[in-house]
Structure formats: structure tokens, C-alpha cells
Design a protein around this ligand. Structure first.
Ligand SMILES: Cc1cc2nc3c(=O)[nH]c(=O)nc-3n(C[C@H](O)[C@H](O)[C@H](O)COP(=O)(O)OP(=O)(O)OC[C@H]3O[C@@H](n4cnc5c(N)ncnc54)[C@H](O)[C@@H]3O)c2cc1C
Length: 366
């Protein structure tokens, strides 16, 4: 008999899990209290940058991020084919710029281990950098170019996943209102044989129902975009103060703050001012130009910075996929594959070991 799966949360993680579960033949319902992608996922810059994000060592988190990047070509193909919508996946590569000669040595150390993992990273001197990225300030003492990194337009990926889910017969309950102890598993149609919690920064609302500790908290990310009809950026650019990503609509997205503000999603002058000053400095052609748009989202952060992916009840009926913090867009395909394997009971020993560090049970029960 076809098992039914209830996915709680309609951000990138919930939609990806719903899509993959539906592709594998489950009967899926997704419940979202607000708008699909209306929280962190719709706010994200869409960077798929496992090497830039993980500078220290090839640990289990880096390997998870890298395995997800490798899934992206097939993932994008499947989502676009099923939905008929483009997600604007750009294989732009990235430039990590630095200002001082002293930064070269640590950069070389990073490149050594990252190239063993397929980054194909190269050190770029100032003259070569000017050719690669003419719009960048001449202040740069060099950069590390990583051709393997790419980006998507996160709101479009959300829309395409939602359309693909609908095409596959997923029942989507958008604007479902408050979801919690009262209606999960009891009221029709919000129920399923199996439940996958993908509620981002709001996952703690399930602590009481499940009787477990879920150490997730919101970290606000303030972000803005500049109109740039000339399209002055070819690559994603990272500096120590901000990053910039050029989108097909001629906008340059610049992010992002990391601040503790509870569930507040307003932007502040201080948060956006820091990004504007960094833009003035690194992209001279945008000097003095105010951001056309600014917004903020709540990253779901965990106590140890790692996501929570795995069963949360002994029988495996309830699975959690949350706490993806800064990398939820990057990690969405691998999370969806792992969750679908868990639903099917087809997770092999190697993948079980790979996902073990992210088991939600690593935090003590309440
Ligand atoms: C400014 C910014 C820039 C970012 N840039 C990047 C980037 O470049 N690359 C990258 O990989 N990541 C990036 N991220 C991180 C990424 O956005 C997140 O990791 C990712 O969106 C998390 O997805 P999610 O589906 O878990 O959470 P969300 O998108 O927040 O979705 C959770 C959903 O759960 C719903 N919900 C709330 N309460 C309940 C409930 N009780 N039951 C069910 N559902 C509920 C919410 O309404 C919400 O829609 C960025 C984040 C921010 C804020």
C-alpha cells in the first residue's frame, strides 16, 4: 500500500523533501502555515559554495555540502523538466578576494586540501583579477578563483519545486495557519503515516509534541540588491566584509549580516549600511548608489552549527530535516535524497555513517 508522508514546512527543505518523496512514489501532503518560501528560503542569495563556506578542513559537514553540490546538475534538470520553470542556475565560479599579501599563505593552504576534493582552485594575481572581473576595485591584492562554485535564484527554485510537487500530485496546503500539537496527525487532511519536520527556525515549536530538545534558534540575515543594468559581475565575489552575486535580472545581490534579533525580520540602517559601505569599496561603479531593495530572513541555526537530519522517533515515523543555517539552498538536494532514503528504508551503511554526525538525537532528550 502507498505510504503517505506529511511534510511540515514549505521552505526549500520541505519542498525538496516533498519533491523527492513524491518522485519515489510516496503520497505526499505538505503543510505551510504561511507562504511557500516566505521565510529564509525566499531571502537567500542562492550561493552553492561549499569550498568558500568551509575553509578549515574536509570534515563531515564539508563532505555533506560537497555531495549536495554534485547532485545539483541532475537536481536542476529534474526540477526544471518536471515544473517547466527555470531556476537560473549559473555556473559562474567564485572569487574570494583579499587585500593583503599576507593573505596568500593561508589561501594556498586552503587551496591545497580543497583541490584534493575537486575545487580546481587557482590563485589569481591583481592583473589577472582585473581581466576576470573588471568591475572590481583595484585595491585587491589577489583572489582565489573556484570555478566549481555556482548559484541559483532561490525564489525561482522555490517556485519551480512547488510547481514540480503539484505536477507529481503533492497536496500543498499553503497558508494553512498555525500548525502544532492540535492538528498534526489528528485533523484531516493534515496527517500522514510518516511525518517530516522541515520548519526551519520554527522547529522548536515541536519540542513539546515530541518531548525532545530541539536546539534551533533564528539568526537574522540582512541582505540587499543593487540595480546594475550593465551587469558588472561575472562571478560570485566574496570579501571579508560582504559577498556579491549578479542575477540575470540585472540585480547584484549583496549579503549578509548575521545578527541575533529573535523572530524579527525587519532590516536596520546599521545592517544595510555595512553592506552599502562594503559595496562602495569593492564595486566602484556602484559607489554612492543606494540599494534598490533590502530584506531579511531567519537562518535556522543549531547549537553546534550542523543541521539536524534523521529519525526522531524510535520507529522512524517522524523524521527531522532542519537547522540548515547558512547552507540550506546548497544542502537541499542531499537532504531530500537522505530523507527519501530514510522513508524507504534504503539508506546503505556508507550513507548512514555519512549522516550520523547530523542525527537529531545528538542533543539530549528533555
Ligand atoms: C540573508 C540570507 C542569505 C542566505 N544565503 C544563502 C545562500 O546563498 N546559500 C545557501 O545555501 N543558503 C543561504 N541561506 C540559508 C538558507 O536560506 C536556509 O538555510 C534555508 O532557506 C533553510 O530552509 P528551510 O526550508 O529549513 O527554512 P525556511 O525557508 O525558513 O522554511 C521553514 C518554513 O516552515 C514554516 N513554519 C513555521 N512554523 C511552522 C510549523 N509550526 N509547522 C510547519 N511549518 C512551519 C515557515 O513558515 C517556513 O516557510 C541564506 C539565508 C539568509 C537569511
Amino acid at each position: 500500500m502507498t505510504q503517505s508522508v506529511l511534510v511540515l514546512g514549505g521552505g526549500i527543505i520541505g519542498l525538496s523533501c516533498a519533491f523527492e518523496a513524491a518522485r519515489r512514489g510516496f503520497k505526499v501532503t505538505l503543510a505551510e502555515p504561511g507562504k511557500l518560501g516566505g521565510q529564509a528560503s525566499g531571502a537567500a542569495a542562492g550561493m552553492l559554495a561549499p569550498f568558500t563556506e568551509n575553509g578549515e578542513q574536509p570534515d563531515s559537514f564539508f563532505r555533506l555540502c560537497l555531495s549536495s553540490l554534485k547532485l545539483y546538475p541532475e537536481w536542476v534538470r529534474a526540477v526544471e523538466e518536471c515544473s517547466g520553470l527555470a531556476v537560473e542556475w549559473e555556473q559562474s565560479g567564485s572569487l574570494n578576494v583579499f587585500q593583503h599579501e599576507a593573505d596568500v599563505l593561508p589561501a594556498e593552504g586552503r587551496m591545497r586540501w580543497q583541490n584534493d576534493w575537486g575545487a580546481r582552485a587557482e590563485l589569481v594575481d591583481p592583473a589577472a583579477l582585473r581581466k576576470l572581473e573588471p568591475g572590481l576595485s583595484h585595491e585587491a591584492a589577489g583572489a582565489v578563483f573556484i570555478p566549481e562554485e555556482s548559484h541559483v535564484y532561490a525564489p525561482k527554485l522555490v517556485d519551480a519545486l512547488a510547481a514540480a510537487c503539484r505536477r507529481l500530485g503533492v497536496t500543498i496546503l499553503e497558508h494553512a495557519g498555525e500548525i502544532g500539537a492540535i492538528n498534526v496527525g489528528l485533523a484531516n487532511p493534515i496527517r500522514g503515516d510518516r511525518v517530516v519536520i522541515c520548519s526551519g527556525a520554527w522547529t522548536t515549536s515541536y519540542e513539546d509534541i515530541l518531548g525532545i530538545s530541539i536546539p534551533i534558534h533564528p539568526i537574522r540575515g540582512q541582505i540587499c540588491s543593487f540595480d546594475s543594468p550593465e551587469g558588472i559581475l561575472r562571478h560570485m565575489v566574496f570579501s571579508s566584509q560582504a559577498y556579491w552575486v549578479g542575477k540575470r535580472n540585472g540585480r547584484i545581490v549583496c549579503g549578509a549580516s548575521e545578527d541575533v534579533a529573535g523572530y524579527e525580520t525587519a532590516v536596520t540602517d546599521k545592517g544595510i549600511g555595512r553592506l552599502t559601505r562594503a559595496t562602495d569599496r569593492w564595486l566602484p561603479r556602484l559607489q554612492g548608489i543606494k540599494p534598490a531593495h533590502s530584506w531579511a530572513g531567519l537562518r535556522p541555526a543549531t547549537r553546534d552549527g550542523l543541521p539536524l537530519i534523521g529519525p526522531i522517533t524510535r520507529d522512524g515515523e517522524w523524521i527531522m530535516a532542519a537547522g540548515h543555517y547558512r547552507n540550506g539552498i546548497l544542502l537541499s538536494p542531499v537532504t531530500a535524497h537522505l530523507v527519501a532514503d530514510m522513508l524507504e528504508g534504503s539508506l546503505d551503511a556508507k550513507r548512514q555513517a555519512a549522516v550520523a554526525p547530523f542525527a537529531p538525537g545528538r542533543f539530549t532528550s528533555r
